[in-house]
Design a protein. Structure first.
Length: 590
């Protein structure tokens, strides 16, 4: 039987780990040893049988780490985390001083906060490990009702797929570009984290902020040289936190159970999130969406051992409502069996309501932009269809712009997002004048640790220049604003001072049309052919639809997929049925 905080070694006598001991040697006999203990997060004892054990235990009396000894592979070390000291290292995602939210926003967020945290969000995480690194996992996001589910593990055991030379920001950009091209088409996931055995000096990791659902920026890098799981868990939790909208705790009035929480800018090894992190996550969900976090990973997607009670639907389970207490509020799922209750069709998912499938044709993910497409329930599943959008390169905004990753990218809309509804793009002369300077208010990115001057042909893809602006921004972060007089008028640019490792909201968005058959990519105005748009809507979709991101026709209402040549209810083979039970004849479509 397992005993409290006791250590069992196969074939050996059990030893008690006392609170006065800093370290305890575990000797392996045979193929493996057995470690028995009661973890704070579980209701009962947990026995784990492994050959090489590395992990973190959070007990009521303190936190402990377990590591194999490099000098003696058959021995393991148990130590108190409070006794571990290391050189402080930080995240180079810069923090900034936070102003107070307006009263209206504060009241609104307070009213809906409980609703946001009450709903479980799932982060489908894909780990990429360079050929010098090892695998590990962590579960510290459960305190925010966020389940981090490993849905993919790629180990570069032959050679790295990108160069890891250079500064952390350069490696981050290479990794996210590689992810968008190689990983996104292969495996559905919300965030990818690259694990590196590398030293970036005082930088332990770097990630983009509020990009967890982004195809182009949903990722981060995590660098460390030792094998301490506590280091790995802390760094990955921190960088993933940035993807989830969390900023650094530094300089803010945060409530933290310990001296420093996970989102402190230094690598603290903490297992707690602060009140500021909870607020930041809520704001991201409320203000920018986060729809990808609502889909529950399918059993064939998760890399986890089946366990009834983990709130993940594993193989052989029909549902999983969690602990006995959590299941008391679930009318659809049986706690002990993880099976549906009598009469229930489902227990979770965007297409499940009151334990029953929603009718086919019910919108489960609405369109958010003229370049986005809606998805519909199919009437026989609790899950919404995968998110798709109009193919990149499709003209939008009356031929003035292009669709790019589900958004119609245009200068005016970008200016309005920063300066308010009356703002619009400044004249081209302003872009050329300001962005040729190569300073923080006018540039085309970074070069050799400095700002890069824009060549004249690329000026429209550098720092965004606006006119007719308000005195303050509406972005939520107060930047530095510069006004430049040009040709009898004024143009305005901003510097949010977030650093090169965070996408600057003041730069022109990728995918923006910068000329006839031209588009902004990596701060350059390039041929739109780079978007690989190959949809002839007249021939492929018979003029009655558009191509989606899977290169399938999404038909207008009145026409049927897959090629929009016959009468029907619209949609695509990817969207789910749009029908509502009426026949085409009843709608006058025959």
């Amino acid at each position: 039987a397992c005993g409290f905080a006791s250590v069992c070694v196969c074939g050996r006598k059990r030893r008690k780990l006392t609170s006065k001991e800093n370290f305890l040697m575990l000797n392996k006999r045979g193929d493996c040893f057995r470690l028995a203990l009661i973890l704070a997060m579980f209701d009962g004892p947990v026995c784990v049988c492994v050959c090489v054990f590395r992990g973190v235990m959070h007990l009521s009396g303190g936190s402990y780490g377990i590591e194999p000894l490099d000098s003696a592979p058959d021995q393991h070390l148990v130590y108190r985390l409070q006794d571990v000291t290391s050189q402080p290292r930080g995240c180079q995602t810069p923090h900034y001083e936070h102003g107070h939210d307006s009263t209206e926003v504060t009241v609104f967020l307070f009213q809906v906060r409980r609703a946001v945290l009450h709903k479980t969000h799932y982060v489908e995480l894909l780990l990429v490990v360079d050929n010098d690194r090892v695998r590990a996992r962590h579960r510290i996001y459960m305190q925010l009702n966020i389940r981090v589910v490993l849905v993919g593990l790629e180990i570069w055991n032959q050679q790295n797929q990108i160069s890891t030379d250079g500064a952390a920001g350069e490696v981050l950009n290479r990794f996210t570009q590689w992810r968008e091209k190689e990983l996104v088409p292969r495996r559905r996931h919300d965030s990818a984290q690259l694990i590196l055995r590398k030293n970036f000096g005082q930088t332990a990791g770097m990630a983009f902020v509020s990009t967890v659902c982004s195809r182009s920026h949903g990722g981060g890098i995590n660098a460390f040289n030792n094998n301490l799981v506590v280091s790995f868990a802390s760094i990955v939790a921190h960088e993933l936190g940035h993807n989830l909208g969390m900023n650094h705790d530094d300089g803010r009035q945060c409530t933290c159970p310990t001296g420093a929480c996970i989102m402190n800018s230094g690598a603290t090894g903490s297992k707690n999130f602060s009140s500021c992190s909870a607020d930041d996550f809520e704001k991201m969900i409320l203000l920018t969406g986060g729809a990808c976090l609502l889909n529950v990973p399918r059993p064939d997607e998760a890399y986890s051992a089946p366990y009834c009670g983990n709130r993940l639907v594993d193989f052989g389970e029909e549902c999983d409502c969690g602990s006995e207490k959590e299941c008391e509020e679930d009318p659809c799922c049986e706690y002990r069996t993880c099976k549906l209750k009598s009469g229930a069709q489902c227990a979770y998912g965007e297409c499940c309501s009151n334990c029953q499938f929603l009718p086919g044709g019910t919108v489960c993910r609405a369109s958010t932009d003229e370049c986005d497409l809606p998805e519909f329930c199919n009437g026989s599943s609790s899950l919404c269809q995968s998110d798709v959008f109009i193919q990149n390169g499709q003209p939008c905004r009356n031929q003035e712009a292009y669709c790019y990753n589900g958004k119609c990218q245009h200068y005016d809309s970008q200016c309005q997002a920063i300066f308010g509804d009356k703002a619009k793009a400044a004249p081209e002369l302003c872009f050329k004048e300001v962005n040729s300077k190569g300073d923080r208010f006018g540039n085309c990115g970074y070069l050799n640790n400095g700002f890069k001057k824009c060549e004249s042909r690329n000026a429209m893809c550098g720092k965004l220049q606006c006119s007719n602006v308000q005195a303050k921004t509406v972005f939520g972060i107060e930047p530095s604003i510069i006004s430049t007089p040009i040709a009898g008028g004024k143009c305005y640019g901003v510097d949010f001072m977030l650093g090169s490792d965070v996408p600057d909201p003041g730069m022109v968005n990728e995918g923006t049309k910068c000329g006839e058959n031209k588009v902004c990519v990596n701060f350059e105005c390039r041929s739109a052919d780079v978007l690989s748009y190959d949809c002839n809507v007249q021939t492929k979709c018979h003029g009655h639809g558009v191509c989606n991101s899977n290169r399938n026709c999404h038909c207008d209402y009145g026409w049927a997929p897959p090629f929009c040549e016959l009468s029907g209810y619209g949609g695509s083979v990817d969207s789910g049925p749009t029908w509502n039970g009426m026949s085409p004849g009843e709608l006058g479509l025959t």
